[in-house]
Design a protein around this ligand. Structure first.
Ligand code: FES
Ligand code: FE2
Length: 445
Protein backbone atom coordinates (compact mmCIF):
# COMPACT_ATOMS: atom_id res chain seq x y z
CA UNK A 1 0.00 0.00 0.00
CA UNK A 2 1.22 3.50 -0.78
CA UNK A 3 0.18 6.90 0.59
CA UNK A 4 -1.64 9.18 -1.85
CA UNK A 5 1.52 11.23 -2.13
CA UNK A 6 3.68 8.17 -2.91
CA UNK A 7 1.15 7.02 -5.49
CA UNK A 8 1.36 10.38 -7.23
CA UNK A 9 5.13 10.24 -7.13
CA UNK A 10 5.12 6.78 -8.72
CA UNK A 11 2.61 7.53 -11.45
CA UNK A 12 3.21 11.11 -12.64
CA UNK A 13 5.88 11.44 -15.34
CA UNK A 14 5.25 14.90 -16.81
CA UNK A 15 8.03 17.54 -16.93
CA UNK A 16 9.14 18.66 -13.48
CA UNK A 17 7.62 15.73 -11.56
CA UNK A 18 10.05 13.55 -9.56
CA UNK A 19 9.35 10.42 -11.65
CA UNK A 20 9.27 12.45 -14.85
CA UNK A 21 12.73 13.79 -14.11
CA UNK A 22 13.88 10.28 -13.31
CA UNK A 23 12.66 8.87 -16.64
CA UNK A 24 14.47 11.72 -18.39
CA UNK A 25 17.79 10.23 -17.19
CA UNK A 26 17.25 7.08 -19.29
CA UNK A 27 16.84 6.33 -23.00
CA UNK A 28 13.16 5.89 -23.88
CA UNK A 29 11.65 4.03 -26.86
CA UNK A 30 9.79 6.75 -28.80
CA UNK A 31 8.45 4.89 -31.82
CA UNK A 32 9.14 1.95 -34.11
CA UNK A 33 11.68 2.53 -36.89
CA UNK A 34 9.07 1.34 -39.39
CA UNK A 35 6.77 4.21 -38.43
CA UNK A 36 9.25 6.37 -40.36
CA UNK A 37 9.68 3.89 -43.21
CA UNK A 38 11.91 5.84 -45.63
CA UNK A 39 13.86 9.11 -46.03
CA UNK A 40 11.56 12.14 -46.28
CA UNK A 41 8.49 10.08 -45.33
CA UNK A 42 5.56 11.96 -43.72
CA UNK A 43 6.30 13.22 -40.20
CA UNK A 44 4.32 11.67 -37.32
CA UNK A 45 3.07 12.94 -33.99
CA UNK A 46 4.59 11.38 -30.87
CA UNK A 47 3.54 12.06 -27.28
CA UNK A 48 6.00 10.97 -24.57
CA UNK A 49 6.02 11.66 -20.84
CA UNK A 50 3.23 14.22 -21.31
CA UNK A 51 5.11 16.19 -24.01
CA UNK A 52 4.37 16.45 -27.73
CA UNK A 53 6.93 15.97 -30.47
CA UNK A 54 7.10 15.52 -34.23
CA UNK A 55 9.16 12.63 -35.50
CA UNK A 56 10.61 12.79 -39.01
CA UNK A 57 13.28 11.12 -41.11
CA UNK A 58 15.48 13.37 -43.21
CA UNK A 59 16.73 12.80 -46.76
CA UNK A 60 19.77 10.91 -45.42
CA UNK A 61 17.64 8.60 -43.28
CA UNK A 62 18.41 10.23 -39.93
CA UNK A 63 15.50 10.31 -37.49
CA UNK A 64 14.65 13.46 -35.52
CA UNK A 65 12.25 14.28 -32.70
CA UNK A 66 11.49 17.97 -32.43
CA UNK A 67 8.96 20.17 -30.68
CA UNK A 68 5.88 20.72 -32.83
CA UNK A 69 5.80 24.52 -32.69
CA UNK A 70 7.37 26.57 -35.48
CA UNK A 71 9.12 29.55 -33.84
CA UNK A 72 7.99 31.95 -36.57
CA UNK A 73 4.26 32.15 -35.76
CA UNK A 74 3.53 28.87 -34.06
CA UNK A 75 2.31 26.65 -36.89
CA UNK A 76 2.30 22.91 -36.20
CA UNK A 77 5.23 21.14 -37.85
CA UNK A 78 3.08 18.01 -38.16
CA UNK A 79 1.87 19.71 -41.35
CA UNK A 80 5.48 20.21 -42.37
CA UNK A 81 7.27 18.64 -45.28
CA UNK A 82 10.46 16.63 -44.98
CA UNK A 83 12.71 17.76 -47.85
CA UNK A 84 16.40 18.45 -48.54
CA UNK A 85 17.57 17.19 -45.14
CA UNK A 86 15.12 19.07 -42.97
CA UNK A 87 11.53 19.55 -41.94
CA UNK A 88 10.06 22.63 -43.61
CA UNK A 89 7.12 24.47 -42.08
CA UNK A 90 4.48 24.73 -44.80
CA UNK A 91 3.26 28.16 -43.62
CA UNK A 92 6.23 30.37 -44.69
CA UNK A 93 8.96 27.83 -45.30
CA UNK A 94 11.23 27.98 -42.26
CA UNK A 95 13.20 24.75 -42.11
CA UNK A 96 14.77 22.70 -39.29
CA UNK A 97 17.22 19.80 -39.21
CA UNK A 98 17.04 16.71 -36.97
CA UNK A 99 18.99 18.55 -34.28
CA UNK A 100 16.43 21.34 -34.24
CA UNK A 101 18.69 23.92 -35.87
CA UNK A 102 16.97 26.38 -38.15
CA UNK A 103 18.64 25.92 -41.54
CA UNK A 104 16.50 28.12 -43.79
CA UNK A 105 14.39 31.27 -43.42
CA UNK A 106 13.29 32.04 -46.97
CA UNK A 107 10.84 34.90 -46.31
CA UNK A 108 13.44 37.56 -45.31
CA UNK A 109 16.62 38.97 -46.94
CA UNK A 110 19.64 36.74 -46.67
CA UNK A 111 21.44 38.86 -44.08
CA UNK A 112 18.38 38.99 -41.82
CA UNK A 113 18.01 35.23 -42.11
CA UNK A 114 21.64 34.74 -41.14
CA UNK A 115 21.09 36.72 -37.94
CA UNK A 116 17.77 35.12 -37.12
CA UNK A 117 18.66 31.45 -37.62
CA UNK A 118 20.73 30.95 -34.46
CA UNK A 119 17.82 32.26 -32.37
CA UNK A 120 15.22 30.24 -34.28
CA UNK A 121 16.36 26.74 -33.36
CA UNK A 122 13.74 24.44 -31.83
CA UNK A 123 13.98 21.82 -29.13
CA UNK A 124 15.18 18.42 -30.38
CA UNK A 125 15.73 15.27 -28.34
CA UNK A 126 18.83 13.12 -28.68
CA UNK A 127 17.84 10.29 -31.01
CA UNK A 128 19.41 6.93 -31.81
CA UNK A 129 18.08 3.84 -33.54
CA UNK A 130 18.64 0.35 -32.22
CA UNK A 131 16.70 -2.90 -32.42
CA UNK A 132 14.26 -1.42 -34.99
CA UNK A 133 13.27 1.19 -32.40
CA UNK A 134 13.83 4.95 -32.43
CA UNK A 135 15.09 5.84 -28.96
CA UNK A 136 14.99 9.30 -27.39
CA UNK A 137 17.00 10.81 -24.58
CA UNK A 138 15.55 13.93 -22.99
CA UNK A 139 18.66 15.12 -21.16
CA UNK A 140 21.91 16.67 -22.40
CA UNK A 141 24.93 14.35 -22.09
CA UNK A 142 23.35 11.10 -23.42
CA UNK A 143 24.88 7.79 -22.24
CA UNK A 144 25.20 4.81 -24.64
CA UNK A 145 21.94 2.99 -25.44
CA UNK A 146 21.06 0.16 -23.03
CA UNK A 147 22.69 -3.05 -24.28
CA UNK A 148 19.54 -5.14 -24.63
CA UNK A 149 20.16 -8.51 -26.25
CA UNK A 150 17.28 -8.02 -28.72
CA UNK A 151 19.07 -4.98 -30.11
CA UNK A 152 22.31 -6.84 -30.73
CA UNK A 153 20.96 -9.82 -32.70
CA UNK A 154 20.55 -9.61 -36.51
CA UNK A 155 17.13 -8.23 -37.58
CA UNK A 156 16.00 -11.70 -38.76
CA UNK A 157 16.27 -12.90 -35.17
CA UNK A 158 13.83 -10.40 -33.70
CA UNK A 159 10.34 -8.98 -34.09
CA UNK A 160 9.28 -5.76 -32.38
CA UNK A 161 5.97 -3.94 -32.19
CA UNK A 162 3.92 -1.83 -29.80
CA UNK A 163 0.38 -1.51 -28.47
CA UNK A 164 -1.53 1.33 -26.87
CA UNK A 165 -2.89 0.97 -23.34
CA UNK A 166 -5.40 3.31 -21.73
CA UNK A 167 -4.03 3.41 -18.17
CA UNK A 168 -1.04 4.66 -16.21
CA UNK A 169 2.32 3.07 -17.04
CA UNK A 170 3.05 1.80 -13.52
CA UNK A 171 0.07 -0.51 -13.11
CA UNK A 172 0.67 -1.94 -16.61
CA UNK A 173 4.30 -2.56 -15.62
CA UNK A 174 3.24 -4.12 -12.32
CA UNK A 175 1.07 -6.53 -14.30
CA UNK A 176 4.16 -7.65 -16.18
CA UNK A 177 6.10 -8.21 -12.95
CA UNK A 178 3.28 -9.96 -11.09
CA UNK A 179 3.62 -13.45 -12.50
CA UNK A 180 1.29 -14.96 -9.89
CA UNK A 181 -1.71 -13.89 -11.94
CA UNK A 182 -1.14 -16.49 -14.63
CA UNK A 183 -2.91 -19.08 -12.47
CA UNK A 184 -6.19 -17.21 -12.95
CA UNK A 185 -6.08 -14.42 -15.50
CA UNK A 186 -4.59 -16.60 -18.24
CA UNK A 187 -6.22 -19.90 -17.26
CA UNK A 188 -8.52 -21.87 -19.49
CA UNK A 189 -11.83 -23.49 -18.55
CA UNK A 190 -12.54 -27.12 -19.40
CA UNK A 191 -15.77 -28.86 -18.40
CA UNK A 192 -16.60 -25.90 -16.18
CA UNK A 193 -13.31 -26.12 -14.25
CA UNK A 194 -10.19 -23.98 -14.33
CA UNK A 195 -7.73 -25.75 -16.63
CA UNK A 196 -4.32 -25.35 -18.20
CA UNK A 197 -4.02 -23.60 -21.54
CA UNK A 198 -2.71 -26.82 -23.04
CA UNK A 199 -6.06 -28.46 -22.27
CA UNK A 200 -8.18 -25.81 -23.96
CA UNK A 201 -7.45 -23.86 -27.06
CA UNK A 202 -9.38 -20.85 -28.30
CA UNK A 203 -12.00 -23.04 -29.98
CA UNK A 204 -12.49 -25.17 -26.90
CA UNK A 205 -10.82 -28.17 -28.52
CA UNK A 206 -9.14 -30.47 -26.04
CA UNK A 207 -5.63 -31.82 -26.27
CA UNK A 208 -4.52 -35.07 -24.68
CA UNK A 209 -2.95 -34.47 -21.29
CA UNK A 210 -0.64 -37.35 -20.49
CA UNK A 211 1.62 -38.41 -17.69
CA UNK A 212 4.74 -37.73 -19.73
CA UNK A 213 4.14 -34.20 -20.79
CA UNK A 214 7.28 -32.25 -21.66
CA UNK A 215 7.87 -29.25 -19.37
CA UNK A 216 6.65 -26.97 -22.17
CA UNK A 217 3.19 -28.55 -21.74
CA UNK A 218 3.25 -29.57 -18.09
CA UNK A 219 3.99 -25.99 -16.98
CA UNK A 220 0.46 -24.98 -17.90
CA UNK A 221 -0.82 -27.61 -15.45
CA UNK A 222 1.68 -26.49 -12.75
CA UNK A 223 0.49 -22.90 -13.24
CA UNK A 224 -3.08 -23.96 -12.57
CA UNK A 225 -2.34 -26.38 -9.74
CA UNK A 226 -0.22 -23.96 -7.72
CA UNK A 227 -1.72 -20.49 -7.55
CA UNK A 228 0.49 -19.37 -4.67
CA UNK A 229 4.04 -19.15 -6.03
CA UNK A 230 6.83 -18.32 -3.57
CA UNK A 231 8.74 -15.20 -4.57
CA UNK A 232 12.42 -14.39 -4.09
CA UNK A 233 14.07 -11.26 -5.43
CA UNK A 234 17.71 -10.84 -6.44
CA UNK A 235 19.17 -7.35 -6.82
CA UNK A 236 21.52 -6.54 -9.70
CA UNK A 237 23.07 -3.52 -11.39
CA UNK A 238 20.22 -3.09 -13.90
CA UNK A 239 17.31 -3.75 -11.57
CA UNK A 240 15.80 -6.88 -10.07
CA UNK A 241 15.43 -10.56 -10.94
CA UNK A 242 12.02 -11.66 -9.63
CA UNK A 243 11.83 -15.43 -9.15
CA UNK A 244 8.56 -17.28 -8.55
CA UNK A 245 8.63 -20.98 -7.61
CA UNK A 246 5.63 -23.27 -8.06
CA UNK A 247 5.27 -26.92 -7.12
CA UNK A 248 5.89 -29.18 -10.13
CA UNK A 249 6.01 -33.00 -10.32
CA UNK A 250 8.37 -35.36 -8.43
CA UNK A 251 9.70 -32.96 -5.77
CA UNK A 252 10.61 -30.42 -8.41
CA UNK A 253 9.91 -26.71 -8.58
CA UNK A 254 8.83 -24.78 -11.65
CA UNK A 255 10.60 -21.42 -11.62
CA UNK A 256 9.37 -18.42 -13.59
CA UNK A 257 11.95 -15.64 -13.53
CA UNK A 258 11.18 -12.10 -14.65
CA UNK A 259 13.59 -9.19 -15.05
CA UNK A 260 12.67 -5.68 -14.00
CA UNK A 261 15.11 -3.17 -15.52
CA UNK A 262 15.09 0.48 -14.57
CA UNK A 263 13.06 2.43 -15.07
CA UNK A 264 10.28 0.86 -17.19
CA UNK A 265 11.39 -2.38 -18.82
CA UNK A 266 10.65 -6.02 -18.07
CA UNK A 267 11.81 -9.28 -19.57
CA UNK A 268 9.00 -11.81 -19.43
CA UNK A 269 9.05 -15.32 -18.04
CA UNK A 270 7.37 -18.18 -19.89
CA UNK A 271 10.29 -19.15 -22.13
CA UNK A 272 12.10 -22.37 -21.42
CA UNK A 273 15.67 -22.73 -22.69
CA UNK A 274 15.70 -22.72 -26.52
CA UNK A 275 12.45 -20.80 -26.96
CA UNK A 276 11.90 -17.21 -28.08
CA UNK A 277 12.57 -14.53 -25.47
CA UNK A 278 10.08 -11.74 -24.79
CA UNK A 279 10.30 -8.28 -23.22
CA UNK A 280 8.37 -5.04 -22.83
CA UNK A 281 8.91 -1.37 -22.19
CA UNK A 282 6.04 0.42 -20.44
CA UNK A 283 6.36 3.87 -21.96
CA UNK A 284 4.21 6.68 -20.52
CA UNK A 285 2.38 8.71 -23.16
CA UNK A 286 0.91 10.79 -20.34
CA UNK A 287 -0.32 9.86 -16.88
CA UNK A 288 -3.42 8.04 -18.17
CA UNK A 289 -2.04 6.11 -21.12
CA UNK A 290 1.08 4.31 -22.26
CA UNK A 291 2.69 2.58 -25.20
CA UNK A 292 3.74 -0.94 -24.45
CA UNK A 293 6.70 -1.76 -26.68
CA UNK A 294 6.94 -5.50 -27.30
CA UNK A 295 10.15 -7.31 -28.23
CA UNK A 296 10.61 -10.94 -29.28
CA UNK A 297 14.01 -12.36 -30.19
CA UNK A 298 16.06 -15.48 -30.27
CA UNK A 299 19.77 -15.33 -29.44
CA UNK A 300 20.72 -18.11 -31.88
CA UNK A 301 18.20 -18.53 -34.64
CA UNK A 302 15.92 -16.58 -36.96
CA UNK A 303 12.31 -15.87 -36.09
CA UNK A 304 10.70 -17.82 -38.95
CA UNK A 305 7.90 -16.53 -41.15
CA UNK A 306 5.19 -18.53 -39.39
CA UNK A 307 6.25 -17.37 -35.91
CA UNK A 308 6.66 -13.79 -37.13
CA UNK A 309 3.15 -13.86 -38.60
CA UNK A 310 1.75 -15.23 -35.34
CA UNK A 311 3.42 -12.49 -33.28
CA UNK A 312 2.31 -9.82 -35.76
CA UNK A 313 -1.27 -11.08 -35.49
CA UNK A 314 -1.21 -10.71 -31.69
CA UNK A 315 0.13 -13.86 -30.04
CA UNK A 316 1.42 -13.90 -26.46
CA UNK A 317 2.56 -10.47 -25.28
CA UNK A 318 1.65 -8.96 -28.67
CA UNK A 319 -1.88 -7.62 -29.13
CA UNK A 320 -4.11 -7.70 -32.17
CA UNK A 321 -3.88 -4.03 -33.16
CA UNK A 322 -5.23 -1.65 -35.81
CA UNK A 323 -3.06 0.49 -38.12
CA UNK A 324 -2.42 2.95 -35.28
CA UNK A 325 -1.25 0.16 -32.90
CA UNK A 326 -4.45 0.44 -30.83
CA UNK A 327 -5.71 -2.99 -29.74
CA UNK A 328 -8.90 -4.19 -31.43
CA UNK A 329 -10.11 -5.46 -28.01
CA UNK A 330 -9.80 -2.42 -25.71
CA UNK A 331 -11.29 -0.44 -22.84
CA UNK A 332 -14.07 1.20 -24.85
CA UNK A 333 -15.50 -2.10 -26.09
CA UNK A 334 -14.94 -4.11 -22.87
CA UNK A 335 -12.29 -6.10 -24.76
CA UNK A 336 -15.17 -7.86 -26.60
CA UNK A 337 -15.68 -10.04 -23.53
CA UNK A 338 -17.62 -13.19 -24.41
CA UNK A 339 -19.50 -14.64 -21.43
CA UNK A 340 -20.00 -17.98 -23.20
CA UNK A 341 -16.25 -18.22 -23.69
CA UNK A 342 -15.85 -17.38 -19.99
CA UNK A 343 -18.08 -20.31 -19.04
CA UNK A 344 -16.14 -22.73 -21.21
CA UNK A 345 -12.93 -21.58 -22.86
CA UNK A 346 -10.91 -18.87 -21.16
CA UNK A 347 -11.19 -17.79 -17.54
CA UNK A 348 -11.77 -14.12 -18.46
CA UNK A 349 -13.89 -14.65 -21.57
CA UNK A 350 -11.44 -12.30 -23.29
CA UNK A 351 -9.42 -13.62 -26.21
CA UNK A 352 -5.64 -13.11 -26.15
CA UNK A 353 -3.10 -13.19 -23.32
CA UNK A 354 -2.11 -9.58 -24.00
CA UNK A 355 -5.71 -8.40 -24.07
CA UNK A 356 -6.36 -10.21 -20.76
CA UNK A 357 -3.43 -8.34 -19.22
CA UNK A 358 -4.58 -5.02 -20.68
CA UNK A 359 -8.19 -5.48 -19.57
CA UNK A 360 -7.29 -6.20 -15.98
CA UNK A 361 -4.71 -3.39 -15.69
CA UNK A 362 -7.17 -0.91 -17.21
CA UNK A 363 -9.84 -2.16 -14.80
CA UNK A 364 -7.76 -0.84 -11.86
CA UNK A 365 -8.63 2.67 -13.09
CA UNK A 366 -6.87 5.19 -15.31
CA UNK A 367 -4.43 5.57 -12.39
CA UNK A 368 -4.65 2.71 -9.87
CA UNK A 369 -5.44 3.78 -6.30
CA UNK A 370 -2.65 2.14 -4.28
CA UNK A 371 -3.88 3.65 -1.01
CA UNK A 372 -6.50 0.89 -0.83
CA UNK A 373 -4.67 -2.36 -1.43
CA UNK A 374 -4.21 -5.56 0.58
CA UNK A 375 -0.84 -6.85 -0.57
CA UNK A 376 0.21 -10.47 0.08
CA UNK A 377 3.36 -12.54 -0.40
CA UNK A 378 2.82 -13.02 -4.14
CA UNK A 379 2.95 -9.22 -4.51
CA UNK A 380 6.59 -9.16 -3.40
CA UNK A 381 7.82 -8.39 -6.92
CA UNK A 382 5.43 -5.44 -7.17
CA UNK A 383 6.57 -4.10 -3.79
CA UNK A 384 10.24 -4.40 -4.69
CA UNK A 385 9.64 -2.70 -8.05
CA UNK A 386 8.06 0.27 -6.29
CA UNK A 387 10.93 0.51 -3.83
CA UNK A 388 13.49 0.31 -6.63
CA UNK A 389 11.96 3.01 -8.82
CA UNK A 390 11.25 5.29 -5.84
CA UNK A 391 14.90 4.96 -4.79
CA UNK A 392 15.93 6.03 -8.29
CA UNK A 393 13.63 9.07 -7.98
CA UNK A 394 15.18 9.88 -4.57
CA UNK A 395 18.65 9.78 -6.17
CA UNK A 396 17.56 12.16 -8.91
CA UNK A 397 16.05 14.51 -6.32
CA UNK A 398 19.46 14.55 -4.58
CA UNK A 399 21.20 15.40 -7.85
CA UNK A 400 22.66 11.94 -8.43
CA UNK A 401 22.47 9.81 -11.60
CA UNK A 402 19.90 7.07 -10.88
CA UNK A 403 20.85 3.38 -10.86
CA UNK A 404 21.77 1.88 -14.26
CA UNK A 405 21.13 5.14 -16.12
CA UNK A 406 24.71 5.28 -17.40
CA UNK A 407 25.46 1.55 -17.34
CA UNK A 408 24.60 0.13 -20.73
CA UNK A 409 26.03 -3.33 -19.89
CA UNK A 410 23.63 -3.74 -16.96
CA UNK A 411 20.85 -4.36 -19.50
CA UNK A 412 22.47 -7.48 -21.00
CA UNK A 413 20.33 -9.93 -19.02
CA UNK A 414 17.88 -12.73 -19.73
CA UNK A 415 14.65 -13.98 -18.19
CA UNK A 416 12.94 -17.34 -18.41
CA UNK A 417 11.76 -20.54 -16.85
CA UNK A 418 13.49 -23.52 -15.31
CA UNK A 419 12.63 -26.77 -13.59
CA UNK A 420 14.82 -27.95 -10.72
CA UNK A 421 14.65 -30.20 -7.66
CA UNK A 422 13.17 -28.40 -4.67
CA UNK A 423 16.46 -28.69 -2.76
CA UNK A 424 18.40 -26.66 -5.33
CA UNK A 425 19.19 -23.20 -3.97
CA UNK A 426 17.96 -20.22 -5.91
CA UNK A 427 21.50 -19.03 -6.68
CA UNK A 428 22.18 -22.37 -8.38
CA UNK A 429 18.92 -22.21 -10.32
CA UNK A 430 19.80 -18.75 -11.58
CA UNK A 431 23.34 -19.79 -12.47
CA UNK A 432 22.14 -22.92 -14.28
CA UNK A 433 19.49 -21.07 -16.29
CA UNK A 434 21.22 -17.79 -17.09
CA UNK A 435 24.94 -18.06 -16.31
CA UNK A 436 26.34 -14.52 -16.44
CA UNK A 437 23.12 -13.19 -17.96
CA UNK A 438 21.19 -13.24 -14.67
CA UNK A 439 22.40 -9.71 -13.93
CA UNK A 440 25.61 -7.74 -13.41
CA UNK A 441 26.60 -7.65 -9.77
CA UNK A 442 25.92 -4.38 -8.00
CA UNK A 443 29.61 -4.00 -7.23
CA UNK A 444 30.45 -4.17 -10.95
CA UNK A 445 27.79 -1.59 -11.79
S1 FES B 1 4.77 29.72 -38.94
FE1 FES B 1 6.28 28.39 -39.64
S2 FES B 1 7.24 29.45 -41.22
FE2 FES B 1 5.71 30.82 -40.53
FE1 FE2 C 1 -0.25 -11.69 -17.80
Amino acid sequence: MLTAEENQRLTQTGPGTPMGETFRHYWMPALLSRELPHPDCPPVRVRLLGEDFIAFRDSQGRAGLVEPRCPHRGADLFFGRSEGCGLRCTYHGWKFDTEGQCVDIPNVPEQVAKNLKPRASIRALNVEEGGDIIWAYFGEDAPPLPDFEFMSVPPEQRFVSKKFQQCNWAQACEGGLDTAHFSYLHAGVKDGEKAGLHQVDDRGRSHPVGENEPPSMARFRWLIEDGAPRFSVLDHAGGLLLCAARTADDDQLYWRMTQYLLPNHSLAPGNLPESTALANTWMPVDDESCWIFCYAWHPDREIGDAERARLDAGAGIFAEVDDGFVPIRRRENDYLIDRDLQREGTYTGIAGISEQDQAIADSQGLIADRTREMLVQTDLGVVRFREEIMRAADDVARGRAPKASRNSAAYRVRSGDYVAHEDVAIEEVVEARFGPFWGQSIAAG
